[in-house]
Structures are given as C-alpha cells and as structure tokens.
Design a protein around this ligand. Structure first.
Ligand code: LCS
Length: 401
C-alpha cells in the first residue's frame, strides 16, 4: 500500500489485500488486477534433487494442488490477514474445515467440549462420526461459560464454539470461555461463519483457531462450497501436511478464485445484509402473527449487550416463530414468492428454511427442545434485494396463516 503512515480500512484490504503472483518467471511483470487462476493439478520440479528437497520440506516450491496451489495461497494469505492470524488453510467445504481442525487437535480417546447449538452437520459429525473414531464430544449451553468449565475433563483437547450459533443466534462470550480453556491449556476454535471477519475477529478476542464455511458470506453469491481455517502458522502447517494431505478435502483453484472475488465486496454486502435484517427484524417484531423474533440487534435478544461488545454489527440472520407453530411456519415458507425456500445462507438472495426438518434434522426431537430450536422456528438469511420487496413478500405470506 502506498502512504506508509496510513492503516488501510477493511474494505480497502478486501480489495487490495496483498498483491500476489504478479511476476512471470521470465521477469515480465503481469500485474493482473484479478488474481489469476492456476488451474493446474501438479507443478514441475527442476530436477530430481529439487523434487527431493521439496519433499523433505527444505524448498517451498509447489508440488501438487491437494497440498497447495498459488490461487489457494492468495486466498489463504488474504483470509489470514483479514482474521489477524498468522496463516490460513482453505479446504473443500466448511465441514472439511471442521473435520480437519478436529483431527489436527484430537486423536482416539480425546474429548471436545462444544456449544449445544451448532450447524446440524457439525452436530452430526460430533455425535455420530467422531464417536466412531473414539473422539467424544460434550455439547453444553455456552451462554453460561461456567458450563464449559464444568464439562472439561483431563482428555479435553478442544473447545468448539459457533457464535452466533445456527439457527438460535445464541452467542458465546469468547474472551470468558478462552480464559477458562486456556487455564487448562486447551485451544478454542470459533466458527465465525455468521459474522465474517468484518464483524468479529475471534483471534483478537482470545480464540486460537477460526473456522469459516466460506460457502456463505465470504463467497456471498451462492455459487461455491468451501471452508477456511485460520490460526498459528505451525498449527496450520500440521493441519495441511498431516490431515489435509491424508484426508484430501482440498479446495479447487477455481473455487479459491470465486472466494477471492467474493471477498472484494464482503464489507459492502455485509452492511446491506445488516441494514435489511434490522428493518425486517423490526417489521416482524411488530407483526401480530409473529410470536418471537431472534436477532442479536434487537434489545429483546438476551445477549444484545454481549453482541454489542464482541461484534461490530449484528449480521444478516434472523430466526422467528409464528402463531400456530410448525404448521403455520410451513404455510409462510410454502407461500413466499421472492424469498427462496432453500438451505445455505449468506447469499445475495434471501433464503428461508425450516431448521427442525432441514439444516437441523440431525437433532432428535428432544435435543431440538433442549437447545431451544423450536419446532416452529423459521430461519431467514436476509439477502440484498430491496428491503421493501422482502417485507412485502413476508407480509403476504404471513397473511395466509
Ligand atoms: N458452520 C456453519 C455455521 C454452517 O452454517 C455450516 C453450513 C457449516 C459450518 C458447514 O459448511 P459447509 O460444509 O456447508 O460449507 N450451514 C448450512 C446451512 O445452514 N444450510 O446449509 C448449510
């Protein structure tokens, strides 16, 4: 960046970041404004000795796209920078990121303490797949940090938080929980998918690892599935060279490029997601057929003060319930015309879905009740359409119940 005395703002960093890949080996400058896509699975060695040195870890040259690729590196450098971490690892999906992180921290016999409200896929990983490998998980209500302290055992190797959580929008107090975990030498991972680095930097708040389903706001356009981990350089190196190498969930160069493109507009999109969400949250709050609105930006959110302290904004996700419960909620979701009935979130399009039967169908009926996912809960990922149009659509669908 020119102008040495200025610290560039977040939007500037998203667009300019660090310049990469801009000199051809001939020495001819490239200076491509958009980062090139290195659509290559493999990279040539100069000779056998060079290849051997690379495999011994003595030469940083690229080898093979499962282990790294220049377009992937550009994305990782940018994300590490925005999350204020030392290094990052981009992988095939948010779930690949979760699996890679857990397997980097834990082996058979180890234990994880996690929030009790998580994306349904993460809950499934924790309650079905990891136990098959001898890794056990205790899920606790993280609104109360003391619950994390009480669940830690001698075998605990990771505290895993999602804040705000999907779909209840329950927050974890990151500094308080990090202090508890660090007293026992346990690292804390924060799934920062809902906030993105624009609204929250967990590493600055005391966490050790950040995870993103980059499928969501980072990509932003509903066209890419990807995941990111950010953390200390040596931890990321282990995740890459031990787990990603063996488990194989690498990101494609094209998807890495789509995320680099998405990142350029991240703060502009987030501002509009939030502006629209606040207006819709108010509309729903005053609607006679709506019984509960959950949005961290509302004073009625039980952790509104924590959201103000820990986040730089309240995000674009709203959950709500309507009179008549599950059946009436289905009527709303079946009758929206502009909003799309679909899972995923963080897209430019407004998406509406039913957690109990869709994203969180991996929770049993009892678990849903225990963690506060009401069977009638409707989840709205507020998009970037004109807010009057989204409100008009919700109004006409709510009129049918
Ligand atoms: N973390 C959070 C908070 C998520 O919401 C999701 C996916 C993941 C991790 C996993 O990421 P993926 O592998 O899908 O990139 N959440 C979804 C949702 O709410 N609807 O569809 C997927």
């Amino acid at each position: 960046m020119k102008g040495k005395d200025r610290n560039p703002g977040f939007a500037t960093l998203c667009i300019h970041g660090k310049k990469h890949l801009n000199k051809h080996e001939s020495g001819r400058p490239i200076r491509a404004v958009s980062t090139p896509i290195f659509q290559s699975s493999t990279f040539a060695f100069e000779n056998v000795a060079h290849g051997a040195a690379v495999f011994r870890g003595e030469d940083p040259s690229y080898v093979y796209t499962r282990l790294g690729n220049p377009t992937q590196t550009a994305l990782e450098t940018e994300l590490a920078y925005l999350e204020k971490g030392e290094a990052a690892l981009a992988v095939a999906s948010g779930m690949a990121a979760a699996t890679t992180a857990v397997l980097t921290c834990c082996r058979s016999g180890d234990h994880i303490v996690a929030g009790d409200t998580l994306y349904g896929g993460t809950h499934q990983l924790f309650t079905q797949t990891l136990p098959r490998m001898g890794i056990t998980v205790t899920e606790v209500p993280v609104q109360e940090p003391a619950n994390v302290a009480a669940a830690i055992t001698k075998k605990t190797r990771l505290v895993y938080l999602e804040t705000p959580a999907n779909p209840t929008l329950v927050l974890s107090d990151i500094p308080a929980i990090a202090e508890i975990a660090h007293r026992k030498g346990i690292p804390v991972l924060v799934d920062n998918t809902f906030c993105t680095p624009y609204l929250q930097n967990p590493l600055e708040l005391g966490a050790d690892i950040v995870l993103h389903s980059a499928t969501k706001y980072i990509g932003g356009h509903g066209d890419t599935v990807a995941g990111i981990l950010v953390g200390k350089a040596d931890w990321i190196m282990t995740a890459r060279m031990e787990i990603l190498r063996d488990v194989g969930g690498c990101i494609s160069p094209f998807n890495a490029w789509l995320l680099l493109r998405g990142l350029k507009t991240l703060p502009v999109r987030m501002d509009r997601h939030m502006e629209n969400a606040m207006e819709i949250a108010h509309f729903l709050s005053y609607h006679p057929k709506v019984t509960r609105v959950i949005y961290p930006g509302l004073k009625t959110h039980p952790q509104h003060e924590l959201a103000k302290r820990q986040q730089r904004g309240f995000g674009g996700m709203i959950s709500f319930t309507v009179q008549g419960g599950r059946e009436a909620g289905s009527t709303v979701m079946d009758n929206v015309q502009l909003c799309t009935l679909a899972v995923s979130l963080g897209d430019v399009d407004t998406l509406i879905e039913h957690p109990a039967s869709m994203t969180h169908s991996t929770y049993s009926e009892e678990e849903l009740v225990r963690v506060g996912i009401d069977p009638g809960l409707v989840r709205l990922s507020v998009g970037l359409e004109n807010v009057e149009d989204i409100i008009a659509d919700l109004r006409q669908a709510l009129a049918l119940i």
